[in-house]
Design a binder for this molecule. Structure first.
Ligand SMILES: Nc1ncnc2c1ncn2[C@@H]1O[C@H](COP(=O)(O)OP(=O)(O)OP(=O)(O)O)[C@@H](O)[C@H]1O
Ligand SMILES: [K+]
Ligand SMILES: [Mg+2]
Length: 788
């Protein structure tokens, strides 16, 4: 048996935005296969379970475990701290005993008894810190692999404000055109819309000296020196260092696929990247800290449990301390060694020792599924999720929305329609906008020369081909376009938004145009496409619809089965999108979600989450866009797609490196497993402690009260043996349960009450019976020692 750490991160589905890699069921984590509902399509591939625990792994964790014995560190774990104090006290007592006179005690104890108890108490604390050390050690190898990606890279920093070959663009053209680029400050020099930046002075700097706000140039073959957002260019990027997935992904400016991670490699083309993280706080740094368990903080649930366990400890401390005063009238005092032993047996040492290991193991299981949980609290919340909200574009679909057709409106000729579509897209920096120009260049009958001119216009100044003010796309207006110098304006966007825009100017289309438009829009939407209506308001106050652009996106594969599985787990899936009702319905039907909220603004998304939460439900949200960020932050579990924007990744509390919306199945299963494991081991631990009381107290006082012999159902060989056996059992149970706490209790998709019943039976009853059997067996061995 060995702990398998060669695969720092499992390498499941290729949700390749280019569509070439088929999304398949999450595989690669042999561990999770046994914790999963049966039909996830996980393929264990015969690998050994990483949770299997070898003696070698325990030995490797020993140095760390010994360091954890430092009382300053131990105070964090109050129950174990009490055991450590007891061990220290008895060690001193054992040393002093030869110099103290013999005393009459309730429990006759043989020579070496105090030493034996002291040693086993030390072992108890050691096993307790070993559990945590083993859990943390499992992440060490993963962390080492990740550290390699963090190697120093020379970064080429664009000197801000000093473009050498060309003058600054006008403040107007520069800042407006870049309005949709996350992180741009209005008025600041903007290299994204200043192609001169690509020829501007660059200075070499070590990647470790980069600060947030720096703009770097990265070319094909080079490593991206830090985390950031692409502000100019499109490139394919090899992210295998982070995701383990070898298929390259597309990263581009302007849209929801703009974030890049330091340590990944640009394979083609050139990118301008605005750095968003400071050295030492990069994505990879956070991953390393996570898998090492270094940055782990106790979750509120863990704190609550700790308080309960500490309270129990206090109660038993009082019980133990009052034993002698109460019994003093009728019996000789119980010796200090026996009192400490009794206390340690009664306090919940087992669960206290395993608590943090259970939490770390849960995080670790997520990392193996390619999910980075940034807080333990999120992992726990995942176990209780009842609603999953998903963003459409980039989450349910690949997020590669491209124009595939331009349909002229009634009474508009082909050429006018195309030129309007192109002009409205000339300054649109979103991938959707660029795709219109791309289409115009390749489509027969389209004015490719116009598109070229428009595209080069964008390259040259960041403004459109016409001398006007570009109007950037925003998720709130759901439109983009241009206000021309002559006072006329052009818009393209969601049908409802553009019609409302015309309506506000008193220029609603006539009935005939309207119904033709409805037909065109309806047909595109019914196929799951996104229709963008292009319309114009003239300077004279006239207005008309010119064209409908058909944007197409592809739904990720295998979603209906996965969502059916979520349904079986009692989780409702709701797709929320800024897109229109019909498109939303079509995509929802294809993906198999339970419900849809269409035409949602970022505020609507947030409001929906709050509404769901107010019913006491735990809500998970999966999204990729900057406009999803508020919702991701509000959700109890916010899973950002790795393909998404930095804003989304910052806002969420988990990042899915595979950008697979169905990953929530795994996340929920792991969360539930964490809760169940902790519940089961808490039940076991407390049942165990109470049983120990009844197992050893009669034996302890047998010498003084012969009547108690009747209660000594286990017929333990002597009072001293009973006490020592109980202490040994108490220690050994911790060691024996380390593998279970790391692997987790088996989780099956059955109802919560059924699960509770089953676990109470196994771990409650098991906890009561185990001490009787265990202590008896140990007693048989201990009784072989002369004197016991
Ligand atoms: N570049 C653009 N120019 C004009 N209108 C656009 C552009 N991109 C999208 N739209 C319109 O705005 C709507 C909202 O787009 P957005 O990308 O914000 O959707 P969303 O809220 O993120 O939802 P989802 O990502 O689930 O589709 C789209 O449905 C589309 O009609
Ligand atoms: K105990
Ligand atoms: Mg989106």
């Amino acid at each position: 048996m060995s702990i398998k750490t060669e695969h720092p991160i499992a390498t499941p589905p290729a949700n390749n935005p280019s569509g070439s890699g088929a999304a398949h069921g999450g595989a690669g984590d042999p561990d999770a296969s046994q914790n999963q509902p049966q039909d996830t399509g996980a393929t264990p591939s015969g690998a050994k379970t990483p949770s299997a625990l070898s003696g070698r792994a325990l030995l490797k964790a020993l140095p760390l475990a010994l360091r954890k014995l430092n009382p300053v560190a131990m105070i964090r774990r109050p129950v174990l701290f009490v055991v450590e104090l007891g061990a220290a006290l008895l060690t001193v007592l054992a040393l002093a005993e030869p110099f103290l006179g013999a005393q009459e005690t309730a429990t006759p104890t043989p020579a070496g008894f105090t030493w034996a108890i002291a040693i086993w108490l030390w072992l108890t604390v050691l096993f307790g810190s070993l559990a945590e050390a083993v859990a943390e050690g499992r992440g060490k190898a993963q962390a080492d692999t990740l550290r390699k990606t963090r190697s120093e890279t020379p970064a080429r920093v664009v000197e801000q404000g000093k473009p050498t070959t060309q003058a600054k663009p006008t403040a107007q053209g520069g800042s407006t055109a870049s309005g949709s680029d996350a992180g741009n400050r209005a008025g600041a020099w903007d290299p994204a819309s200043d192609p001169a930046a690509l020829r501007a002075t660059v200075t070499k700097r070590a990647s470790s000296a980069l600060v947030a706000g720096d703009v770097v140039v990265v070319e094909a073959g080079e490593l991206i020196p830090g985390d950031g957002d692409v502000i100019h260019g499109v490139a394919s990027v090899d992210e295998s260092a982070i995701t383990g997935e070898s298929a390259p992904v597309v990263r581009e400016s302007g849209g929801d696929r703009s974030s890049v991670t330091g340590g990944t490699r640009v394979l083609s083309d050139r990118l301008l990247v605005r750095i968003t993280s400071t050295p030492g706080q990069t994505f990879v740094d956070r991953m390393i800290a996570l898998v090492e368990g270094a940055s782990r903080r106790k979750t509120p649930n863990e704190v609550a449990l700790d308080v309960l366990l500490a309270t129990l400890t206090l109660v038993f401390l009082v019980v133990t301390l009052t034993l002698n005063p109460i019994a003093s009238a009728v019996a000789p005092p119980v010796s200090l060694a026996v009192l400490v032993a009794l206390l340690v047996c009664l306090i919940p040492t087992t669960i206290s020792a395993l608590l943090s290991a259970i939490g770390i193991a849960g995080m670790d299981r997520l990392v193996r599924r390619n999910v980075l949980a940034l807080s333990g609290r999120a992992v726990e919340a995942a176990g209780d999720v009842s609603t999953l909200l998903l963003d459409k574009t980039g989450t349910i679909t690949y997020g590669n929305r491209r124009a595939v057709a331009v349909i002229p409106a009634a009474g508009v000729d082909q050429e006018s329609a195309w030129s309007a579509a192109v002009e409205a897209s000339a300054a649109d920096t979103t991938p959707e906008g660029r795709s219109v120009l791309d289409l115009a260049r390749t489509e027969a009958g389209a004015p490719s020369a116009l598109a070229d001119a428009a595209a080069s216009g964008t390259e040259a100044s960041g403004a459109g081909a016409s001398d006007g003010t570009p109007v950037a796309f925003s998720a709130t207006t759901r439109m983009s376009g241009v206000d021309r110098a002559d006072g006329s304006s052009l818009r393209k966007g969601a049908a409802s938004a553009v019609l409302a825009w015309l309506d506000a100017a008193g220029q609603s289309p006539d009935a005939r145009t309207h119904s033709a438009l409805d037909d065109a829009v309806g047909t595109i939407a019914a196929s799951g496409g996104t229709p963008l209506v292009v319309a114009e308001l003239t300077a004279a106050g006239g207005g008309r619809v010119l064209a409908v652009i058909h944007l197409k996106d592809v739904v990720k594969e295998g979603l209906p089965e996965k969502f059916a599985q979520l349904r079986a787990m009692g989780i409702r899936t709701v797709m929320i999108t800024g897109d229109n009702q019909v498109t939303a319905r079509a995509i929802a039907a294809e993906a198999g979600v339970d419900d849809v909220l269409a035409e949602a603004t970022p505020e609507d998304k947030l409001a929906l989450i709050k509404a769901e939460q107010s019913g006491g439900r735990m809500v998970a949200m999966t999204g990729d866009g900057t406009n999803d960020a508020p919702a991701l932050a509000q959700a109890d579990v916010g899973v950002a797609m790795n393909t998404g924007t930095s804003a989304a990744k910052e806002a969420g509390n988990m990042v899915d490196l595979d950008s697979d919306p169905a990953k929530l199945i795994d996340i929920v299963a792991i969360g539930k497993q964490l809760l169940i494991t902790r519940g089961a081991l808490t039940t076991f631990s407390i049942a165990n402690d109470l049983a120990k009381y009844f197992a050893i107290v009669p034996a302890m006082f047998m010498g003084v009260f012969p009547q108690l012999a009747a209660l000594n159902v286990m017929s333990l060989s002597s009072p001293a043996s009973a006490v020592l056996s109980a202490v040994i059992f108490n220690a050994v149970v911790i060691l024996a349960l380390i593998p279970l706490s790391l692997r987790g209790v088996k989780y099956r998709a059955v109802s919560a009450s059924k699960l509770l019943g089953r676990n109470l039976l196994i771990y409650g009853l098991g906890g009561v019976v185990a001490p009787f059997v265990g202590i008896k067996l140990i007693d048989l061995l201990v009784s072989l020692i002369p004197g016991f």
